[in-house]
Design a protein around this ligand. Sequence first.
Ligand code: SAM
Ligand code: SF4
Length: 351
Amino acid sequence: MLDEYGREIDYLRISITDRCNLRCRYCMPHDIETVAMEEILTYEEIASVAEAAAALNISKLRITGGEPLVRRGVCRLIEMLKGIKGIDTVSITTNGILLGDMLDELIASGLDGINLSLDTPDPERYRMITGFDRLNDVLKGMDKALEKGVPLKINAVSLDFDRFLGIKEGENTAGSGIEAGSGEDGDIPSDVEALIALAEDKKVDVRFIELMPIGNGKGFPGIAHKKLIPLIKKHYGSLERDDSGRGNGPAVYYRSEGLSGRVGFISAIHEKFCDSCNRIRLTSTGMLKSCLCYDTGVDVKKILREEGASDDREKAVIKAVQDCILMKPVSHSFTEGEKITERHGMSAIGG
Ligand code: SAM
Ligand code: SF4
């Protein structure tokens, strides 16, 4: 379906839990409160929203969270979503801790692809960011998925690591770090280099995502891509733009001679790609959200749980998805702090 600005909305991101087995510092504080299970949509309720979305020509779904693999029965949900007429792909975004253990079941459920979140392949820095010493599990899960031929991309938040890791636990830094950078004259940050090295012999795309001023992300320093991309280009020398198979996603890709995979950039803050935005979101507590930046949306859980005939409910859920699409703003305002009305963290919204 087209939104008010003529954008084709064909993608729904579904958060199925606000819980997680990691505590990435820019995402979830250690003492975060989770919502009661009865506030979280059941799989049947999620499937009803997905059916309504499919009726409006949404064909791509992504399951996220929190950590989606910690919710029991996630493979049953994938099977349910794959069975909906009009749904072409169901993918997942995961931190990969449980990926190795669950991979066979995920493949059997029909999963189409995995976005694996990994901000550094350095074990000590991984522990300092996530709070847990689980890097090996992630790398094992990744290798197993690649061996089995599951399409997999690595997503890393572009953090200014040295400044980031200097911030003490619980310390609240002033303001957003989105303007921060390590300087155009510097060298490529070592974590960025080590992440790109994963694409040397593995056919995997490594994508960098600008840190957004959402929830805990507000207090941490990220590297702006307008600074990072020149550093990477200088380091690799031969980066060639390659957007083959990009679809209408927000990533811009480059290829280099020495790399089997590509390097991608999702420059959420500095290269506003809002004019090609193709998505809406469903939070785990049943809010349909039109944009990450604002708290506008539709409470579809209320509709799903209202008494009444199921035909009427079906129509009302389709209308809720339609209303959410029509509420989509022309663009985000991440660089104008006072205009950001979203107060929930990324783990609650579904990143
Ligand atoms: N737990 C899963 C994972 O980590 O992949 C799925 C949920 S997590 C919220 C999804 C993605 O959002 C992760 O790649 C994470 O790094 C990213 N993320 C979290 N907070 C962010 C922020 N403030 N800005 C940009 N990305 C963020
Ligand atoms: Fe958990 Fe993902 Fe947030 Fe990290 S980014 S705390 S893995 S939800």
